[in-house]
Ligand binder design. Structure first.
Ligand code: ZN
Length: 140
């Protein structure tokens, strides 16, 4: 069994979601298929599809949001790479055992029906990695 199955999406930090949605609509030829607030992260997200691939635009909704801090430090740009996993708790334990630091101890609820966990970017060549497991709505 593969641990990180595939790149689920790329996250891009943007200052102004509305103008970035226009930009990505022009770029991909598709409108965003959903907008969703993630209050725990202080972000509004907007999702685009490009064939089988997904792009998540993230705009901070308050100053303490990790996205606001990221943009302050590094400007707009690629914020994270998300990988899909079958069992997020098992993956978190496996990676922890390998010495990776996790930014949250328990999976959190992310956008687009996902349970998520971030790895510390200092352990992953400066790239913020997100694990995500699709939430099975029937089991909720
Ligand atoms: Zn993401």
């Amino acid at each position: 069994m593969k641990h990180l199955k595939k790149i689920e999406h790329l996250g891009i930090a943007v200052k102004d979601l509305e103008s970035s949605e226009k930009l990505f609509t022009a770029l991909t030829g598709e409108s965003p298929y959903k907008r969703e607030a993630v209050e725990s992260e202080g972000v509004m997200t907007s999702f685009f599809k490009s064939g089988p691939n997904k792009i998540e635009l993230l705009q901070a909704t308050d100053e303490s949001s990790p996205i606001a801090k990221f943009i302050e430090k590094r400007g707009e740009g690629i914020h994270h790479i998300a990988f899909s996993v079958d069992n997020i708790e098992e993956e978190m334990q496996r990676l922890k055992d390998l010495g990776f630091r996790l930014l949250n101890d328990k999976p959190k609820r992310g956008a687009d029906q996902m349970l998520i966990c971030f790895l510390h970017p200092k352990d992953t060549n400066g790239v913020l990695i997100e694990l995500c497991q699709q939430i099975n709505l029937e089991n909720e």
